[in-house]
Design a protein around this ligand. Structure first.
Ligand code: ADP
Length: 493
């Protein structure tokens, strides 16, 4: 199976979020399953700054953008550790900038930058030696690829027989632009209608991808269901429900090399299932020293690591701390950065309970590893969560995830109760309503369970044993590709 992965960011070249982890890891995992995979990404300034060897391929062509033409120069990166080919689309006017999408404000020409990228990706596919079976597009930045394939390249043998798959990483970002940007796409105005590319008088690039793709996927089965209704669908719920027959959810994998308690350079003593208590204690001592304490206290350690934004349920954490920190049953550590009002509220509550709450405002990858290794419980009380990785890292590091029942959290954490303990599926604690009392109640259950050492050891060991590697996610993507190739392409008018 020949697969073209098209994404606007991918590790190790350029990253702003989880999309880059997926686009970085999936091609290699599909390659290990025998697929012939090519990944196409923009050649950002950040990619050049990484010291990776980016070689010219000699492939250069012009891409129509409205009434103009812009040049695309194709570079290749050879990476011995990955079987996938990586091609980068260079155009310095668009991509030689200090950030990927803009700072506090998006770049004003983001529509043009990703219309160009989508068109360049499909033009590039036409110039490579063999045709592709699958064009796999990620998020709004590549939403035009399925439309181009069906509307402009239907007679071009290199891509005409390919099937297109659109993967949605977060419905909250749809690529909404001024209607006149439609002119830049080169597509006929008749497609600017409410059933195809228009969304309340604006051009919607994610919607375009969902409409024209042969199959649609998102990053967990529960999120796939949630986005077919409001508010999860963010206005596109009707469209997504109409595509339910080709809509799948596949949980993301984690990088099991970067996140391995058996070899993690960020923790003082590597550990596995058999010696997790010693390993976690050593991490707890190191964390206490790092946070300025003489020694760790003996209470269970409850952690929160994440962006301090509304999506992550930070207001519930703040209220929980106010209610529980005085009770003395747990020590809390919060690592995050984000919206200033949340940071201020956390500062205030941490100052009120200095021996019980440690607050680190900032982004620190190494500290995130140490916190997961030291923690007994990791809180993920999200309002919505397409997939979520924090809970998967927690499981692997023997910290029990306490999550709200939403999106990928539902698909990856099983609540602990007498039934799930008996059948061996219990892996964490789950609460339903988005409110601090429900979170507190779940934490009290977790702390009670922590007091039962045998029960807790069983939970930790089972979580550490689970396989959330990319290999199992890639097998599901491969099945999706095979299913999609087995049926005729979706028709469009
Ligand atoms: P999202 O992609 O929505 O932010 P995920 O749970 O999928 O949420 O992934 C978040 C990742 O970012 C995790 O690896 C988490 O450890 C990391 N992270 C978030 N905030 C911080 C921080 N302040 N310092 C270090 N790592 C962080």
């Amino acid at each position: 199976m020949r697969v073209l992965e098209v994404a606007s960011e991918a590790t190790p070249f350029a990253k702003t979020g989880g999309l880059a982890d997926v686009a970085g890891a999936l091609p290699a995992a599909l390659g290990r399953l025998g697929c012939d995979v090519t990944l196409v990404i923009p050649a950002y300034r950040e990619a050049f700054a990484k010291g990776l060897s980016l070689e010219p391929t000699g492939i250069e062509f012009e891409v129509p953008i409205g009434t103009r033409r812009s040049a695309a120069r194709i570079l290749r990166c050879r990476r011995p550790e990955s079987p996938a080919t990586v091609l980068l689309v260079a155009n310095d006017d668009y991509y030689d900038r200090p950030s990927l999408y803009g700072g506090a404000e998006d770049f004003p020409d983001n529509a043009e930058r990703y219309i160009f990228f989508s068109r360049a990706a499909i033009e590039l596919a036409c110039r490579l030696e063999k045709p592709f079976d699958i064009l796999h597009c990620h998020d709004w930045q590549t939403g035009l690829v399925p439309a181009y394939q069906k509307l402009l390249f239907a007679d071009t043998p290199a891509v005409a027989n390919a099937r297109t798959v659109m993967t949605i990483h977060n419905m909250a970002y749809q690529g909404l632009f001024w209607h006149w940007d439609m002119l830049l796409t080169g597509l006929h105005w008749r497609h600017f209608n409410w059933q195809q590319m228009e969304f309340y008088n604006q051009l919607n690039l994610l919607k375009t991808g969902i409409v024209f793709a042969d199959a649609v996927s998102t990053v967990s089965p529960t999120y796939a269901r949630e986005i077919q209704q409001g508010p999860g669908g963010c206005g596109l719920e009707g469209l997504l429900a109409s595509r339910a027959d080709v809509l799948t959810g596949i949980v993301n994998g984690i990088d099991t090399q970067a996140w391995d308690p058996g070899s993690d350079p960020h923790i003082p003593r590597p550990y596995g299932e058999s010696d997790f208590e010693q390993g976690k204690y050593a991490a707890r001592v190191a964390l206490a020293a790092r946070l300025g304490h003489a020694a760790p206290d003996s209470r269970p350690l409850v952690a929160f690591v994440g962006r301090l934004v509304n999506q992550k349920g930070v207001e519930l954490v703040i209220e929980l701390l106010g209610r529980m920190a005085g009770g003395g049953r747990a020590h809390f550590v919060i690592l995050g950065t984000g919206s200033p009002p949340y940071e201020d509220a956390l500062r205030r509550v941490a100052a009120a309970f200095p021996g019980t709450i440690d607050l680190v405002l900032g982004f620190d990858e190494g500290l995130a590893h140490l916190v997961q290794a030291a923690a007994d419980v990791t809180l993920v009380p999200s309002l919505f969560e397409p997939c979520g990785l924090t809970q998967l890292y927690a499981l692997r590091y023997g910290s029990i995830p306490l999550v709200r029942a939403t999106g990928g959290l539902v698909d990856t954490v099983v609540d602990t109760d007498p039934d799930t303990l008996r059948d061996g599926t219990a892996s964490g604690f789950v609460f339903q309503g988005f409110d601090a009392l429900a979170l507190e109640h779940a934490l009290v259950r977790a702390l009670d369970a922590h007091a039962d050492r045998e029960l807790w050891r069983g939970l930790v060991r089972r979580g550490m044993r689970q396989d959330w590697s990319w290999d199992s996610s890639a097998r599901e993507y491969l099945r999706l590709f095979e299913r999609t190739c087995a049926v005729p392409p979706a028709r469009v008018d």
